[in-house]
Design a protein around this ligand. Sequence first.
Ligand code: SF4
Length: 143
Amino acid sequence: MITVSACLCGVNCRYDGRNSYHNALMEKLASEDFLPVCPEVLGGLPVPRTPARIIGGTGYDVLKRTARVINDKGRDVTGAFLKGAFAVLAILQEHSVSRCYVKDKSPSCGFGKGSLTDNRITGVCSALLDQKGIQVIEIPSEK
Ligand code: SF4
């Protein structure tokens, strides 16, 4: 089994109420069973929602509680991001998922190696899955 960031599958779960449908990925996975998952929604955040970013590190640091996730209104949403990440992990373990395709530039799903300023860092959920030995593959946005 595979999981995919739900917005890449066309689910309108992004912060702005839209999706990030990825035509090439959906064609590639056409003959495979996969589960769409959105850690931020699973963490209890609404759609739409105020965008958020990791302050003070990457998703790995949020897991160590040395960095926080703060939204653009200044609200600390770290708890919701952690709740969503562990909810995704539980789903993956229940379905014996070994591979995840994730959206880039997301404080939850991103799996980049860039800097805090270009927002291409590893997000909270992908950091947790990586730590648990699950293969995480970042999909660059088409738009
Ligand atoms: S990038 Fe991840 S957290 Fe953000 S909307 Fe897509 S699935 Fe949800």
